[in-house]
Write a protein that binds this ligand. Structure first.
Ligand SMILES: [Zn+2]
Length: 142
């Protein structure tokens, strides 16, 4: 029996298309948020968790934080959503790592390994709990 191992293609057009689409969507969203302040324009989606409970979820304030970041106001962005501001460089670093690993012939590189899911979920949960406690009110968007 001649078992031939499957060939792994170096470039996957579907992944490249998805990456281009994701980049274009991110650029479009950043442009929209840059041009229209979420504090004064009310066409942005409202957090349903906050609307129903009055509590801040881990994502509350992300749009305002992005607006502040895009306008160079890092302090305001950190106040609106510190987790989001910290996650951006981490995601960019991961994206850069992913982009450099892929051409090296590692076709099976996963952008978001599943073993990261629980630790990140715990970080988000702890952040959500803390930002709703009076002692950590500085973590809540104003
Ligand atoms: Zn929320």
């Amino acid at each position: 029996m001649n078992a031939v191992p499957p060939k792994l293609s170096r470039a996957n057009p579907a992944w490249e298309f998805a990456a281009i689409l994701l980049g274009a969507a991110a650029a479009g969203i950043a442009t929209l948020v840059f041009l229209f302040n979420p504090a004064t324009h009310h066409f942005y989606p409202v957090c349903q968790f906050h609307r129903l409970t009055g509590l801040n979820c881990p994502g509350c304030g992300m749009t305002r934080a992005l607006y502040a970041l895009l306008h160079g106001e890092v302090g305001t962005a950190l106040q609106d959503n510190a987790l989001f501001v910290i996650a951006i460089p981490a995601m960019l670093a991961r994206g850069l790592w992913f982009a450099t690993k892929k051409p090296a012939g590692r076709a099976a590189v996963v952008f978001f390994p599943t073993r990261w899911l629980w630790p990140l979920a715990i970080v988000a949960l702890v952040f959500a709990v803390l930002r709703n406690l009076p002692a950590f009110a500085f973590l809540s968007p104003q």
